[in-house]
Structure formats: structure tokens, C-alpha cells
Design a protein around this ligand. Structure first.
Ligand code: ATP
Length: 348
């Protein structure tokens, strides 16, 4: 049974902006769901409605079987975690972390137990007696995270909590958040516009665009079987390759490319999609392309290519070098070809 259920949730702001257009969203108990989408797609508005910080224009929200639509934020038992805010400079680490529990009026003994638990989990044991100014930047962030997550509400709502951090610290915090969430088993909704962050954290990725949910599913499903061109384009870095062409006589035909297909695809104009890791360089491949750039990334390389039907990127993981200006033959892994309706964008 779903733990959080948003039904036909809609929000139109006073100036007429329809930020969220009647979405249905369900989240299982203990699940980590990530709302992902470009700026302005309605992620924050959705989260704020669940938190009670924004009143829905229409629709309702249930948490743990209880209708919370009309409840004040304080009556909902939600924990709202946004970008880690500054620590209290005059409080020691353990007092900073225990502050939310003290504000709730918990007994000192229970506060000490709960603080001790999270301090151990986040590797802060040796630092509890220090003041914030005596901590390195990364440790300050871990203390802020501990303070944000020390409470055990029914649900954690996180709005781009890692937004301002540098890359290394983002990775560390990401791991800590997920480990802590798995351990506490608290249902979590996390907002980000970073698709890699979404894929790495989520049990379920909810891709939003223009106030609507485009796709809602496990990360691998959203990556391998995007429902439309928008999702296919938004997920993955570098993005999926697209080639516009036509299906005729069981073949995909585009300028300079004729590909015999294994399965049935409806005839007519079509957009062909393939991810960079499923493009292969083979001497007698059905597509000829010119190497424009060999981008070294350590474990792999992105080879940027230009063909008659457009530009493509291929991921290379072997030692083979691709000289700029040379011509290569390309083939595509048959099991990983996707086809989209070029007008509606829907995957066929
Ligand atoms: P971002 O990642 O940039 O925060 P988002 O996906 O979280 O974007 P929202 O902040 O939910 O998107 O905004 C959705 C739409 O609603 C945007 O067009 C935004 O400009 C608009 N909006 C947000 N808050 C208000 C408000 N208080 N009044 C009017 N319009 C608003």
C-alpha cells in the first residue's frame, strides 16, 4: 500500500501560473523517490504542497492513510530538508545536532541517545565537543546533515539539499543521505534537476516537465525505456543520439544510413534513438561517420562524430584511438534501439 498519495494535485499561483497540473503521485513506505526535471517544471511546488507550505488549488494528499491536505505544516509530521543552513556558532557539535530534538521537548536522555546514534553513523564521534569554527568545511556540512536528519518524521522532504556544495562534497553527502535514509527507513521525496544525482539516489525517479509527470519508475527503466523524446533527452550524459528518418520495408532509412530491423516497427516518419554506449565502431558498419573529437574521461572516452544524418556520440571503453578527421564505420546494438513518433514524441 502506498504511504504517500497525491491525487490530482494542482497548483495555480495568484498570478495565474499553473505550476502543477493535476498530478497523481504515490510513494511506498520507506521508498526514496526523486522528483527530477528542468527549472520551473513544478518540483518545488509539489514538495511544498506535501509539506503544507503551499496550499493546493485542487486535489488531495494522504500520508500514512491520513488526509493531510488541510493540515498546518507542524501537524503533518514531515521533515523538510533544504540546502544545509549554517550551524549555530555558539553551540557545540552535539548541541547543534540535538537542537531540533530539544525544540520538540524530548527528554535529555533520549536526545543524547539519538544524537549519539547519528554522530556514530556519520563519523562525527571525535568532534562532538567542538564548536563549528573548529571544524573543516566538510565536517561542518556533515554536522548540518546530522542536524537535518536527526528527527524521525513520517517523511523527509528534501529540496536540492546539495545544491551549493562542490563536487567531492556532493558525492560524500549523497552517500551519507542515502545510507541514513536506508537505515532509518523513512519515506523520502528528494528534488533535484541533476539527473545523475537522481539516478544514483532513487528507488524511483519521477521525471517532471511543464507541471506534469512525464515518467515515474525505477532509474533503470527510465534510462532504458524512456516514454518519450523529452525523457530520453533529459536522462543520460552525454544524451541519447537521435536520427530522423523513415521506416519502410522493415528498414530504418535516413541520409547515409539503411538499417535492417529485427522486429516490427510501424512504417512512416520516425525518430531513431540510441545511447552512446550502444554505438559501436566496426569497419563494415551501415553508417559512415567522421571523427570530430576524442574526449578522454579516464575510464571511458566520448567520441564525437559527424555523419550525413547528423552528429552522434559514441562511448569507447577500450584502448583504441580515434584520430580526428578519420572516417569510421558505425553499427548499433540491436537490442537497444528505440523509436519515437517525431510528432508526439512518444516511444513506439
Ligand atoms: P527550480 O528547480 O528552478 O526551483 P521547480 O521545478 O522547482 O524549479 P517551481 O519552483 O515549482 O519549479 O516553479 C514552477 C513554476 O511556478 C515556475 O514557472 C515558477 O516561476 C512558478 N512559481 C513558483 N513559485 C511561484 C509563486 N510564488 N508565484 C508565482 N509563480 C510561482
Amino acid at each position: 500500500m502506498s504511504f504517500l498519495v497525491c491525487r490530482q494535485l494542482q497548483k495555480t499561483y495568484d498570478d495565474g501560473t499553473e505550476a502543477v497540473k493535476g498530478i497523481d503521485l504515490a510513494c511506498g513506505e520507506g521508498e526514496f523517490a526523486v522528483l527530477l526535471g528542468p527549472s520551473g517544471c513544478g518540483k518545488t511546488t509539489t514538495l511544498r504542497m506535501v509539506a503544507g507550505l503551499e496550499k493546493p488549488t485542487r486535489g488531495d494528499i494522504a500520508l500514512g492513510g491520513r488526509d493531510i491536505t488541510g493540515l498546518a505544516p507542524s501537524a503533518r509530521d514531515v521533515g523538510f530538508v533544504f540546502q544545509f543552513y549554517a550551524l549555530y556558532p555558539h553551540l557545540k557539535v552535539e548541541e547543534n545536532i540535538g537542537f531540533p530534538l530539544a525544540s520538540m521537548g524530548l527528554a535529555p536522555r533520549e536526545i543524547a541517545d539519538r544524537v549519539g546514534e547519528i554522530v556514530a553513523r556519520l563519523g562525527l564521534t571525535g568532534l562532538v565537543g567542538r564548536y563549528p569554527r573548529q571544524l573543516a568545511g566538510g565536517d561542518q556540512q556533515r554536522v548540518a546533515l546530522a542536524r537535518a536528519m536527526v528527527r524521525r518524521p513520517q517523511i523527509w522532504l528534501m529540496d536540492e539539499p546539495l545544491g551549493t556544495l562542490d563536487a567531492d562534497l556532493r558525492l560524500e553527502m549523497r552517500e551519507l543521505i542515502r545510507a541514513q535514509q536506508l537505515d532509518a527507513g523513512i519515506t523520502t521525496i528528494y528534488v533535484t534537476h541533476d539527473q545523475e544525482e537522481a539516478m544514483s539516489l532513487a528507488d524511483r525517479v519521477v521525471v517532471m516537465e511543464g507541471g506534469e509527470i512525464r515518467q515515474n519508475g525505477p532509474a533503470a527503466e527510465v534510462y532504458d525505456r524512456p516514454v518519450d523524446l523529452f525523457v530520453a533527452h533529459f536522462i543520460g550524459s552525454p544524451g541519447m543520439n537521435f536520427i530522423d528518418g523513415e521506416i519502410a520495408d522493415g528498414r530504418f532509412v535516413a541520409p547515409g544510413l539503411e538499417l535492417v530491423l529485427d522486429g516490427q516497427v510501424r512504417p512512416g516518419p520516425i525518430t531513431f534513438g540510441v545511447r552512446p554506449e550502444f554505438v559501436r565502431a566496426v569497419a563494415d558498419g551501415p553508417l559512415r561517420a567522421t571523427v570530430k573529437l576524442d574526449e578522454y574521461l579516464g575510464a571511458s572516452r566520448n567520441i564525437h562524430l559527424e555523419a550525413e544524418c547528423g552528429r552522434l556520440v559514441m562511448r569507447a571503453e577500450d584502448e583504441r584511438r580515434f584520430e580526428v578527421g578519420t572516417e569510421v564505420g558505425l553499427d548499433f546494438a540491436p537490442a537497444h534501439l528505440l523509436f519515437f513518433d517525431p510528432v508526439s514524441g512518444a516511444r513506439l
